[in-house]
Design a binder for this molecule. Structure first.
Ligand SMILES: [Zn+2]
Length: 245
C-alpha cells in the first residue's frame, strides 16, 4: 500500500509539472479556437451571399434575354396591326400586344429588384470582408505565439510525458481511474498531502485521529472535505526526495 500511495503521489507531481507547462499557454488555445470559429462563421456567411448574388445575376440575365425577345415580338405584332383584315384578327393581335407589354413590365420590375438585391449583397460582403482580414491576422499572431510557447517547452514536455507514462503504467487501473476522475472534477490535484494539519488541496483541517490513520498508509484515504486522496507528509517527502525532474 505504501508503494501504491508513493506511485500515485509521484504521478501527481509529474502531472503538476505538466499542468504548469499547460498554464504557460494561458488563454491562447481557447482564443485560437474562438477566432477559428468566428472566421468560419463569416466565411460561411460570405459564401451564402456570394451564391445568392450569383443566382440573382443569372436570373437577371435570363430576364433581360426574355425581355429582348418579347420586345422583338412586340415590334412584330405592332407592324402586323397594319395588315389585319378584320376585327377578330385585330382583337387577337392587340391582346397579344397587351400581354407582351404586361410581361415586359413585370420582368423589368423583377430585374430591377434583382439588381437592388445584388447591390445589397455586394455591400454586405464588402462590409464583412475587412473583419475577416482582421480576424485572420489576429489568428495568425496568436497561433505563432502559441507555437513558440509549445516549441520552447517541447523537450521538457516530451520528457515529462515519457516519465508519466512509465509511472502511470505502475498504477492499477481502478486507482488510475479514481485519480483521473478526481483530477478532472477538482481541477488538477487528485493526490495531496497534509500541511500544518490541513489538507493541502482544500485547506480544511484533517482530524488528528485521521492523520494517524493516514500516517499508517494502510489504505487509500480521502479528504473528508474535498475528496482528494491524502498521503502522509512522510510519504510526500520521500517521493519528493526521490523524484528528479
Ligand atoms: Zn481536502
Amino acid at each position: 500500500m505504501l508503494e501504491k500511495l508513493s506511485i500515485l503521489y509521484e504521478l501527481q507531481l509529474i502531472d503538476n509539472q505538466l499542468d504548469e507547462l499547460e498554464e504557460l499557454r494561458g488563454d491562447l488555445p481557447a482564443a485560437v479556437n474562438d477566432l477559428k470559429f468566428q472566421i468560419n462563421a463569416i466565411e460561411e456567411q460570405i459564401e451564402t451571399k456570394e451564391a445568392e448574388k450569383k443566382s440573382s445575376l443569372s436570373k437577371r440575365k435570363q430576364n433581360d434575354e426574355d425581355v429582348d425577345r418579347m420586345k422583338a415580338n412586340l415590334k412584330k405584332f405592332k407592324s402586323q396591326l397594319y395588315q389585319v383584315r378584320n376585327n377578330k384578327e385585330y382583337d387577337a393581335l392587340t391582346k397579344e400586344i397587351d400581354h407582351s407589354e404586361e410581361q415586359i413590365t413585370k420582368l423589368e420590375a423583377e430585374s430591377s429588384a434583382l439588381e437592388d438585391l445584388v447591390q445589397k449583397l455586394k455591400k454586405e460582403i464588402n462590409e464583412v470582408e475587412p473583419q475577416l482580414d482582421t480576424l485572420s491576422k489576429d489568428l495568425k499572431e496568436k497561433e505563432t505565439e502559441l507555437k513558440q510557447i509549445i516549441k520552447a517547452n517541447e523537450r521538457e514536455e516530451a520528457r515529462l510525458k515519457d516519465k508519466r507514462d512509465k509511472v502511470a503504467a505502475k498504477v492499477r487501473k481502478p486507482d488510475y481511474n479514481t485519480y483521473s476522475r478526481i483530477r478532472k472534477a477538482l481541477g488538477g490535484k487528485a493526490v495531496v498531502t497534509i500541511i500544518r494539519a490541513a489538507c493541502s488541496g482544500c485547506h480544511n483541517v484533517v482530524p488528528p485521529q485521521r492523520q494517524l490513520e493516514i500516517k499508517s498508509s494502510k489504505r487509500l484515504f480521502s479528504c473528508e472535505s474535498c475528496g482528494r486522496i491524502l498521503v502522509s507528509p512522510d510519504v510526500a517527502a520521500e517521493v519528493e526526495k526521490k523524484i528528479k525532474f
